[in-house]
Design a protein around this ligand. Structure first.
Ligand code: ZN
Length: 256
């Protein structure tokens, strides 16, 4: 059993990009924590920032508890996640408190500034979390991690960078058996229906997620899939922990 941290920018990113995989990991008895960097305070035209934040924290917590996962909001704000000194120390403290063996975060290249900033902050916090002399932003500080956790990236939204460059996953996870759970998790984010229609031109956000998960499946030669990459940088662990935890569900991607 492993402690797994999925940390991404906004409420609903986890469910869209990795809900099926997180459900599989939870079913296998792993301890899952889902963190959103922000409470999604700008994802609305109907409510003020405090109101929508309260709604979306509740939605994200309900989605997480649907698979028995914990939920934490890191309380950054939308469009205000930056790769700076204080933010790196705060994300490091969060990692030390959750104490994950394995971290999955946003793609380093993605459509949204918050996704890209989250990816860099989490990558570097994984390093800092195991350096005892690196001070965090909160007291009392949690103890440093014994080692750098395994680090993986989820797919970018749409599988491309903001310039349309295709980002190939290293491997896919077959999420057919947990796809219904993924749908139910995403459906908890009901506040996003109107916002996604207006801002993103997305008519039905659950259908859009289904189309996306099917398109990943087509690339993998199966019905439904989610893609991931292992961070290859030194000195992060390179043993395939996520692949080992998911066993027969893993399909290695061979780009055409
Ligand atoms: Zn997002």
């Amino acid at each position: 059993m492993a402690s797994i941290l999925f940390i991404h920018a906004h409420p609903d990113d986890a469910e869209i990009l990795a809900g099926g995989t997180l459900a599989l990991l939870a079913q296998a008895g792993n301890e899952i924590t889902i963190v959103t960097m922000t409470p999604g305070d700008c994802g609305t035209t109907e409510y003020g920032p405090e109101e929508i934040s309260a709604i979306r924290r509740r939605e994200a917590a309900a989605a997480a508890s649907h698979i028995g996962a914990h939920y934490i909001c890191a309380e950054f704000r939308d469009m205000a996640i930056f790769n700076d000194d204080r933010s790196r120390r705060c994300v490091t403290e969060l990692l030390r408190r959750v104490r994950p063996d394995l971290v999955i975060t946003a793609s380093p290249a993605d459509y949204h500034c918050d996704h890209e900033a989250t990816s860099i902050l989490v990558r570097d916090a994984c390093f800092g979390a195991s350096a005892p002399n690196y001070k965090t932003c909160q007291a009392p500080e949690a103890e440093a991690l014994p080692a750098i956790p395994h680090l993986y990236f989820a797919d970018s939204v749409g599988g491309v960078s903001r310039f349309g460059i295709v980002i190939e996953p290293d491997f896919f996870i077959d999420v057919k058996s947990t796809f219904a759970i993924k749908r139910e998790m995403l459906a908890k984010h009901a506040s996003q229906r109107e916002w996604l229609k207006r801002q993103h031109g997305i008519n039905d956000y659950i259908e859009t997620m289904e189309d996306w998960t099917r398109s990943r499946g087509r690339l993998a030669g199966i019905e439904y899939a989610e893609g991931f990459r292992r961070y290859p940088g030194h000195p992060y662990p390179q043993t395939p922990l996520l692949e080992e935890l998911l066993g027969s569900r893993v399909i290695i991607h061979v780009p055409q």
